[in-house]
Design a binder for this molecule. Structure first.
Ligand SMILES: [Zn+2]
Length: 275
């Protein structure tokens, strides 16, 4: 599943190709992805000029004066800017046709999604889509820090890993990054969220920022099968300390890393270094 760094990499890769251009039309090869594609994509979006390509959590927003196309890559989605005459392949479900201009020929933004857990929705100007309501702060924003986590977690009995992965607490910290950040901050993923000190939450927030920032700087990705917008596969697991390494020696102390399921998600940690 694309995680926040992959989505941010996709955003950064697409923005220069989309911003300032006008949408000439939309081609829907099926009526739905995870959810039905709203009429506005065909009725309202064409003719609009793309003002910005933004990210909120793992959603991409293509902003126009009339509203925003809201995209999620789901489990397997990808977006490419391609020549309009290139025939669609299997699972190329949607094209947004980009008007040709002086600097670019006619192109399409093509959404491919084999498993169809992704979505393409519409957020009218001035509204906030239901999917974006109630989300916690962005992990790389100033609003996310140790004090924030400490105060929000008081009295919570859920494991700190589950707390950190709750989108109402902070967005975009998926299983991989939660495991890595807890390893870096030396906090056991099993510890009750309400029993982690302010100091340790500061270390955890710093670790989340450092790990996500590093992944974004490296061009995203932590997924074997993820392909960045320029077609290059991202880096992978040699940089991960804990995730996917159950039973292997801890990179810090050499003892075997433990593995268990927390909140139905595979979790790896060191029983010696993480308390
Ligand atoms: Zn260890």
């Amino acid at each position: 599943m694309p995680e926040l760094p992959e989505v941010e990499t996709t955003r950064a890769g697409l923005a220069p190709h989309l911003e300032g251009r006008r949408v000439a039309g939309a081609v829907l090869r099926r009526p739905d992805l995870r959810w039905p594609i709203p009429d506005a994509i065909e009725r309202v979006l064409p003719g609009q000029r793309i003002e910005a390509v933004r990210r909120r959590a793992k959603y991409l927003l293509i902003d126009t004066a009339a509203g925003s196309a809201l995209l999620h890559l789901g489990m397997s989605g990808s977006l490419r800017v391609l020549p309009a005459q290139l025939p669609p392949r299997t699972h190329d479900h949607v094209d947004l046709i980009l008007e040709e201009d002086a600097r670019s020929p006619r192109q399409v933004l093509r959404f491919n999604d084999p498993r169809r857990f992704g979505c393409l929705l519409w957020q009218p100007h001035g509204e906030v889509h239901a999917l974006l309501r109630g989300l916690g702060p962005e992990p790389l924003s100033d609003g996310f820090d140790g004090d924030y986590l400490f105060e929000l977690s008081r009295g919570r009995k859920a494991p700190v890993k589950t707390f950190l992965m709750d989108q109402a607490v902070v967005v975009g910290v998926g299983n991989i990054y939660a495991a890595e950040a807890l390893f870096a901050a030396r906090i056991s993923p099993l510890r009750a969220a309400g029993r982690v000190s302010r100091e340790r939450y500061t270390a955890l927030a710093d670790a989340v920022k450092a790990i996500l920032g590093h992944a974004i700087a490296r061009g995203g990705t932590t997924l074997r099968d993820f392909i960045s917008p320029d077609g290059a596969p991202g880096y992978f697991e040699q940089e991960l300390s804990a995730y996917g390494r159950g039973g292997e020696p801890c990179p810090r102390c050499g003892r075997a890393l433990k593995q268990a399921s927390i909140g139905q998600r595979a979790t790896v940690w060191c029983g010696h270094c993480q308390r």
